[in-house]
Design a protein around this ligand. Structure first.
Ligand code: ATP
Length: 367
C-alpha cells in the first residue's frame, strides 16, 4: 500500500540572525494508494519543501510522515522506496541512456539480467528503445525528460515524486508530455505526487489537488470541486484562467447590490446568505460566466450590468473584455463574435447561478 500521509508536519528554516521561517505550517493530508496528487501554489508557498520532506531530502521540524505503513521520519531517502524526478532531469552527461537508466540498479547490486530486463521494459514504456546507446546531449528536451522518468520507473518505487518536471520544455512539448504522464500513471498504477506552479498542469493531471499558499494548505479537492466550490478567495483567484472576478456587494432580501447593479440571486444561494442580510460581502464571478447581451443565448436575461468597455483582447476562440465595477477591474470571457469596442457602453449578463460569495473579513466561502 503506497499511501503517503502527513500528520501535523511543519518545516522551519533557521537562520542565525533571524527568527525561524515557517516554510510549511502544520500540514495534514493523506494521498491514497495509486492516486495522482498535484501540489500547486505560487512561488515560495512550500510545495517543493513538502515534496523534499516526503523524499527525506529535508527533515521536518515536527510531525510525522508515513509512507505505506511505515513512519519514515528517521529513514534515509534511499530506504523510503520512493523515486524523484527533478526539474533539471539530473542525467549523467558522460553516460549513455542505457547507463543512465541502469545506474541506480547497479548501485543496489541487482543482477545484470534483472537490470537489463527493467531497462528494456522502461525503454519500451517510454519509447526510448532506439536511443539507449546515445548520450543525453544527443536527445531532445522531451526525450531527456523521458529518460529522467525512466530512471524512476526502473526502480519500481512505491511512490513517484515529480518536481516541476515539465518546466524546461516549450509549450507544445509540455502539453504532449502532460498527456504522456497521465497515461503513464494509468499504466503503472503508481502513487504520484507532483509539484507545479502551473494551475493548468495541476488541473489536467491531478486526480486531487493540494492548493498551498504561504506554507499553508488552502484546500484539497478534485479539479472539478476546486473550480466549482473554492473554499476561500485565494483558491478562487488562483484556480481558473483568467482569474475569478471579485465585486464588493451587500445582501438585501434576496437581492445582491453591487456598485453597478442589483441582482436577484437564486434561492439556494439566497438561503446560504440568510445570516448576511444588510452586511458587506464579496461576490465572485468567473469571466466565463459573464456574457455580452448579444451572445447569451442560454442564460436568463434578468441579471444585467451596464459598463463602459476599457480594453478588448481578441484571442481568436474568445474575446476578453475588461470593464470597471467601482474600483475593481472586471474581466469577461465572451464569444468572439460578441460586438465590443473600447469606450462602448455595453450590457453584460451575469449567470448568477454560478456566483460565489465570500466573507470580506475571513475571505472564506459562504456559499
Ligand atoms: P517555487 O515554485 O519557487 O519552487 P515552492 O513553493 O516550491 O516555490 P519552496 O522551495 O518549498 O517553495 O520554499 C518555501 C519557502 O522556504 C521559500 O520562501 C524559500 O525561500 C524557503 N526555503 C526553502 N529552502 C530553504 C532553505 N534551505 N533555507 C532557508 N529557506 C528556505
Amino acid at each position: 500500500m503506497a499511501r503517503v500521509e502527513f500528520r501535523k508536519v511543519r518545516k522551519e528554516f533557521t537562520d542565525d540572525k533571524k527568527d525561524p521561517f515557517v516554510a510549511v505550517s502544520d500540514s495534514d493530508f493523506v494521498i491514497n494508494d495509486k492516486e495522482f496528487v498535484v501540489f500547486v501554489g505560487p512561488s515560495g508557498c512550500g510545495k517543493t519543501t513538502s515534496l523534499r520532506m516526503i523524499a527525506g531530502l529535508e527533515k521536518q521540524s515536527s510531525g510525522d510522515i508515513i509512507i505505506g505503513d511505515r513512519v519514515v521520519n528517521d529513514l534515509h531517502p534511499k530506504d523510503r522506496d520512493i523515486a524523484m524526478v527533478f526539474q533539471d532531469y539530473a542525467l549523467y552527461p558522460h553516460m549513455s541512456i542505457r547507463e543512465n537508466l541502469s545506474f541506480g540498479l547497479k548501485n543496489l547490486k541487482k543482477p545484470k539480467n534483472v537490470i537489463d530486463e527493467k531497462v528494456q521494459s522502461a525503454a519500451a514504456i517510454l519509447g526510448l528503445e532506439d536511443m539507449l546507446e546515445r548520450k543525453p546531449r544527443e536527445l531532445s528536451g522531451g526525450q531527456r525528460q523521458r529518460v529522467a522518468v525512466g530512471r524512476a520507473i526502473v526502480r519500481d518505487p512505491q511512490v513517484f515524486l515529480f518536481d516541476e518536471p515539465l518546466s524546461n520544455l516549450d509549450a507544445k512539448l509540455r502539453i504532449q508530455m502532460r498527456v504522456e504522464l497521465g497515461e503513464l500513471h494509468k499504466r503503472l498504477g503508481a502513487t504520484i505526487v507532483y509539484v507545479t506552479h502551473d494551475q493548468v498542469e495541476a488541473m489536467t493531471l491531478g486526480e486531487r489537488i493540494v492548493v498551498m499558499n504561504k506554507g499553508h494548505i488552502q484546500q484539497i479537492a478534485s479539479p472539478k470541486d476546486l473550480y466549482a466550490t473554492p473554499q476561500n478567495m485565494f483558491v478562487a483567484g488562483f484556480i481558473g484562467s483568467p482569474a475569478m472576478n471579485f465585486m464588493d456587494a451587500r445582501m438585501e432580501g434576496n437581492r445582491v447590490i453591487t456598485e453597478s447593479a442589483e441582482f436577484a440571486v437564486p434561492d439556494a444561494i439566497a438561503a446560504g446568505l440568510k445570516k448576511y442580510q444588510g452586511q458587506r460581502l464579496i461576490m465572485g464571478i468567473r469571466p466565463e460566466h459573464i456574457f455580452g447581451e448579444d451572445f447569451s443565448l442560454n442564460v436568463p436575461h434578468d441579471h444585467k450590468l451596464q459598463a463602459r468597455v476599457q480594453v478588448v483582447e481578441h484571442l481568436g476562440s474568445e474575446n476578453l473584455v475588461y470593464f470597471n465595477v467601482g474600483k475593481r477591474l472586471i474581466t469577461a470571457k465572451v464569444h468572439p463574435e460578441t460586438h465590443t469596442f473600447v469606450g462602448q457602453d455595453k450590457t453584460f449578463i451575469l449567470d448568477m447561478s454560478k456566483a460565489h460569495f465570500f466573507d470580506p473579513e475571513t475571505e472564506q466561502r459562504i456559499v
